[in-house]
Design a protein around this ligand. Structure first.
Ligand code: URA
Length: 242
């Protein structure tokens, strides 16, 4: 890979700036200063940028606490997207795994690892997603059992939801609960709640498989996955990386 691309992929900065800096002597490869931005970086090379080591990562993984009002997409002509909130790294190739509605908050995984994304969303891998939900009114025990048994949703595109676990939060009077689903149909949580006559007032995704939303992330903040989080996620998708 060209040296300027390698460095841009590592989030060092804009490619045009990187080229200028390379020509001024900012980059070293295997102990030699390289002034040619098109220099081909050998595999396993030791690369320094302004004297600091840079190691190439083909895949990157971030967890974001998506704020309401932001779209889970790579670009949008009108609204801000989750990728617009990523700063400092080249965003090319990154995408959010799965979609949250514009008004839904919470956990979004952002990566350039297409195979992992595919598996996390595929029904074959049964990756649970848990949402904190607040509805109008109170869920009854009968409704909790209906969710557990596989709820028929008879709206304009009827389906029967796979069994879902609904745990009512203490002191919420039945209007706040955690709902764990194993599939990701369009507006699934809202449609399931509407099917029992309880419109959703607030929705937040709190986990995806083993990955839990970091409570320290305020809406709009993101961070890289820790290596432990990544290993657990790869394991649940039967993947190995690196
Ligand atoms: N279900 C919904 O209805 N909306 C979301 O954003 C996610 C799941």
């Amino acid at each position: 890979m060209r040296l300027d691309k390698y460095l841009a992929d590592m989030g060092i900065g804009q490619r045009s700036e990187i080229k200028k800096e390379i020509r001024r002597g900012a980059a070293e490869v295997n102990g030699s200063v390289i002034l040619d931005p098109g220099f081909s970086v050998p595999a396993e090379a030791s690369v320094l940028w302004r004297g600091n080591p840079v190691s190439y990562e083909p895949y990157v993984y971030y967890m974001m606490n998506k704020p309401a009002g932001v779209i889970s997409a790579t670009e949008d002509s009108r609204d801000k997207t989750v990728l617009d909130l990523i700063t400092g790294r080249k965003r090319k190739g990154l995408f959010p795994v799965g979609r949250l509605d514009r008004d839904t908050e919470g956990l979004v995984l952002i990566t350039n690892d297409g195979l992992l994304a595919h598996r996390l969303l595929s029904p074959r891998y049964h990756v649970n997603k848990t949402y904190a939900v607040c509805v109008d009114g109170a869920m009854t025990d009968t409704e909790v059992q209906q969710f557990a048994a596989g709820l028929p949703v008879r709206d304009s595109e009827p389906f029967t939801a796979l069994p879902a676990e609904l745990v009512i939060l203490p002191d919420s009077g039945g209007s706040e609960f955690l709902l764990t689903i194993r599939e990701g149909k369009y507006h699934q949580v809202k449609r399931m709640c509407a099917a029992v006559g309880r419109p959703v007032r607030k929705l937040k995704r709190v986990s995806m498989g083993p990955l839990q939303l970091d409570a320290a992330l305020t809406p709009g903040e993101y961070r890289r996955l820790t290596s432990e989080e990544l290993q657990q996620l790869l394991q649940c998708a039967s993947l190995q990386r690196g």
